[in-house]
Design a protein around this ligand. Structure first.
Ligand SMILES: [Zn+2]
Length: 402
């Protein structure tokens, strides 16, 4: 019969049994330093936690038990080493020496106390905001002179007599109480509208949003739908806004653009326009599709970072291959594509010639993109045109400031 394994020795007290000069137990960092190991600030600082690729995505590996996890998630990684169950990750199955295990526990406690602190801070911030909202609404109501004297009088009246059950007189006329009730309701509506105005303005100001966004159709749509949901509605978390919902909007937009771009493509053909730009050290190439009845539509912005870090260049064959992959999604039998527009750079000129060979019904206009923009730049410098533009700007200024 197999013997049961001996129980693990109990954890030493925090401080590993070390005492300070005044007899108290030292904090974890002092204890770890005493044990020759500095306290962990991040789990990635531990030699047993190694970041690596797991199934093609960024993940991490526990070198103690050999488990691999994805994606990179600091709290879960810490829970694994501190052997905390029900934290969305399997706990470490390896036996960890007590002194080292204590470091994981300390780090775990730090993370938990930080998260608790941030929740308290959020609550405190929302309370402060409510207070500021109330004071701002009062000022707004006074400014608009919408806070009529009747409101206070009504309140006093209701405090004394309470609300009446008789809402209508036998003649069909509303009773005096009903009339007061209606006025009170109107007063409340004005107050709620003022609260909404201040809330929207605060949201715009605190998040540095453009004032003009208040006139965007998307904002109007948001307010319209906000009226339809109940008090149990919760705003999607930021991860969903920047993750699944972003993907959904992207896919939806791509499909809609494709549909409208191809609507008359059989009749008028398709033109493609592409250019490269490096933005914030990110080498990008954009591709736009054009049709006679449709304005230029961005169909792809390709990040070439991976290609460049492998030591490759944005040469003609690379650009032509990239364009071909995209264009074939819109024109699989190569019958609709008639024109490729590029600028004057030598690599894209060559790419244009490659594409002319691959798409027999198409030809390439190198430099066309720049020529058009330079043409209009020159036109705008002609005196009559320049004067007309100044007049237009002056008219816009006057009409918007009077
Ligand atoms: Zn492990």
């Amino acid at each position: 019969m197999e013997e049961a394994p001996p129980p693990l020795p109990p954890l030493p007290p925090i401080g590993g049994g070390v005492t300070t000069l005044d007899g108290s137990t030292p904090g974890p960092s002092v204890a770890m330093a005493a044990a020759g190991m500095p306290a962990l600030r991040r789990i990635w600082d531990d030699h047993y936690c190694k970041k690596c690729m797991v199934d093609g995505v960024d993940g991490w590996e526990c070198l103690r038990c050999g488990m691999k996890h994805k994606p990179v998630h600091h709290t879960r990684a810490c829970a694994h080493f501190a052997k905390m169950p029900n934290e969305g990750v399997k706990v470490c199955t390896a036996e960890i020496p007590n002194v080292e295990f204590r470091r994981y526990l300390d780090l775990w406690q730090q993370i938990k106390s930080k998260k608790g602190g941030s929740i308290k801070t959020k609550l405190s911030i929302s309370e402060t905001k409510e207070y500021h909202l109330d004071t701002a609404v009062e000022q707004l109501m006074e400014t608009k002179k919408k806070r009529t004297k009747i409101s206070t009088e009504l309140q006093e009246y209701y405090d004394v007599v309470g609300s009446s059950k008789s809402t209508y007189l036998p003649s069909g006329q509303p009773a005096i109480d009903t009339a007061f009730e209606n006025m009170k309701q109107q007063d409340l509506n004005q107050m709620n509208q003022a609260r909404m105005d201040v809330s929207i303005a605060t949201f715009f100001h605190e998040n540095n949003l453009s004032d003009s966004a208040a006139e965007s159709p998307a904002f109007a749509m948001m307010i319209k739908n906000a009226r339809l949901v109940g008090s149990d509605y919760k705003c999607p978390p930021r991860k969903a806004i920047g993750g699944s919902l972003l993907d959904l909007n992207y896919k939806n937009c791509q499909e809609r653009n494709k549909k409208t771009l191809l609507a008359e493509a059989d009749t008028f053909g398709l033109s493609w326009l592409s250019d490269g730009a490096t933005i914030s050290r990110m080498p990008l190439i954009n591709i736009l599709g054009l049709c006679a009845n449709h304005p230029p539509t961005c169909v792809k912005i390709h990040d070439c970072t991976g290609h460049m870090t492998e030591g490759n260049k944005k040469d003609a064959s690379y650009i032509a291959g990239l364009m071909e992959d995209v264009v074939l999604q819109y024109d699989p039998d190569k019958s609709r594509t008639t024109l490729f527009w590029f600028d004057g750079a030598s690599n894209v000129q060559k790419a244009g010639r490659i594409l002319e060979a691959k798409f027999p019904r198409a030809y390439s206009l190198h430099g066309g993109e720049h020529v058009v923009s330079l043409f209009f730049s020159d036109v705008s410098k002609l005196l009559p045109i320049k004067a007309s533009i100044s007049l237009i700007f002056l008219t816009i200024y006057v009409t918007t400031h009077i």
